[in-house]
Design a protein around this ligand. Structure first.
Ligand code: FDA
Length: 392
């Protein structure tokens, strides 16, 4: 079979790229080894697909070259994808912080992409695996489980390593290495953090306890959002966000009372209700089980009038900067994304084309560009897919 463009991976980036190339009249084939297209889209956003974010800027992406995502993100914006969603009559809403979700199901986004592919004359083949790729004079010869494909352009859109049970593989990285590309070390991102040993023991019986707002930080990076204690450690949006910045050995700090100066508040409470026990007072600002645990393990609990101001200041400053010793992450099994990947220094930021091998492109999550939680990763998939789709 002969095509102009072969795209490996029928996920968000691959399908978007196929649409753009097909609309330009290119003969496009998209293959995926999974038995259906867009599996990660289907499971995204709790089944409602957080398909973009109104506040996308390059600063919300982790990349060893922070300038790299700028060009593609500027040329295909959230408004462009929203226009597509509206064209297909898909109802959506803003949940918080600019995050846009389908009112109905994630399936609607997959249907939109498949319908656009079909209108653009794109061929989709599922349950098809690449066995070998060779460079030829005119492009590439790709041996697949469905036969040989000759193509001018080869677009690698095979995603990252997160959720192997959904078909994730390291195939894109292997292909990059085959063609002499460097890859940045990969690790799980947007993933729950784990505690172990004594540090896990400190928070025992807290699984299920949540804070509506906590500010978590690693070094200078901080996120304020919900936090959840789990059986294995910590989760919730604030933890998922910071997990992409956390590296083994880094200190994690949590402001448990993110809205106020805890020392000032405790001293004020001592004036208002001197006979109230510390545990009771903390229970007004924090979930009761957490307040109880903090007092059992660290603070003791006496009537507030028995604490000197210096003691309350110390407790307050600890509540505002609570150190937690993290042992690791839950890994790719539950991670939403994979950090690292194909080195952007060897790709064109405007087309995603390899600087080493003409006709070879890398788009989406396989590239060393990872967004925050909140629709940023799909926006990167759409934008990088479009960038390549315009030129392949
Ligand atoms: P993606 O992983 O989507 O697609 C890659 C495709 O390549 C897959 O279909 C795979 O089967 C195929 N493939 C892999 N190896 C292959 C091989 N060797 N041969 C052939 N095919 C191969 N982001 C966001 O912005 N909003 C959200 O709501 C969510 N929610 C979310 C929930 C969960 C549970 C996860 C795991 C992830 C998210 N994400 C998200 C992240 C988002 O899903 C992710 O960033 C994009 O799907 C990446 O798109 P890609 O097309 O690059 O890879």
């Amino acid at each position: 079979m002969k095509v102009d463009v072969l795209i490996v991976g029928a996920g968000a980036a691959g399908l978007m790229s196929a649409i753009a190339a097909g609309q330009r009249g290119r003969r496009v084939l998209v293959i995926d080894h999974a038995n259906k297209v867009g599996k990660k889209i289907l499971m995204s956003g709790g089944g409602h697909c957080n398909f973009t974010n109104l506040g996308v800027t390059p600063s919300q992406y982790l990349c060893s070259n922070p300038h790299f995502p700028k060009s593609a993100l500027a040329r295909y914006t959230p408004a462009d994808f929203i226009a597509l969603v509206e064209k297909h009559g898909i109802a959506f809403h803003e949940k918080e912080l600019g995050q846009l979700f389908c009112d109905g199901s994630s399936r609607q986004i997959v249907q939109l992409l498949v319908a656009e592919c079909s209108a653009a004359g794109v061929t989709l083949e599922t349950s098809c695996t690449v066995q070998e790729v060779r460079q030829t004079v005119k492009g590439f010869s790709v041996r697949t489980t469905r036969g040989e494909v000759l193509t001018e352009s080869l677009v690698v859109a095979s995603g990252g390593l997160s959720i192997p049970s959904m078909g994730a593989t390291g195939y894109g990285y292997n292909l990059a290495h085959q063609f002499g590309h460097n890859t940045l070390p990969t690790r799980a991102g947007l993933v729950p953090l784990t505690l172990s040993g004594i540090h896990q023991e400190h928070y025992r019986n807290l699984a299920g306890v949540s804070l509506a707002s906590a500010k978590v930080s690693v070094g200078k990076q901080a996120f304020r959002a919900g936090l959840l204690f789990t059986h294995r450690g910590l989760s919730g949006p604030s933890i998922l966000q910071i997990s992409s910045y956390w590296q083994p050995g880094d200190a994690l700090c949590i402001d448990l009372l993110a809205e106020q100066d805890a020392a000032e508040w405790l001293i004020e409470q001592r004036t208002i209700r001197p006979l109230a026990a510390l545990k009771t007072v903390l229970g007004d600002a924090l979930p009761n089980r957490l307040a109880q645990r903090l007092c059992e393990q660290w603070f003791d609990s006496r009537p507030l009038r028995q604490y000197r101001s210096a003691e309350l200041s110390l407790i307050g400053s600890q509540l505002n900067a609570w150190p937690v010793t993290v042992s690791g992450t839950e890994g790719y099994r539950t991670a939403e994304v994979t950090l690292g990947g194909v080195d952007t220094n060897e790709l064109s930021s405007s087309t995603m084309q390899s600087k080493l091998v003409p006709g070879l492109y890398f788009i989406g999550e396989v590239v060393d560009v990872t967004g925050w939680l909140g629709g940023y990763n799909f926006q990167w998939a759409w934008a990088s897919g479009q960038a390549a789709g315009q030129v392949v």
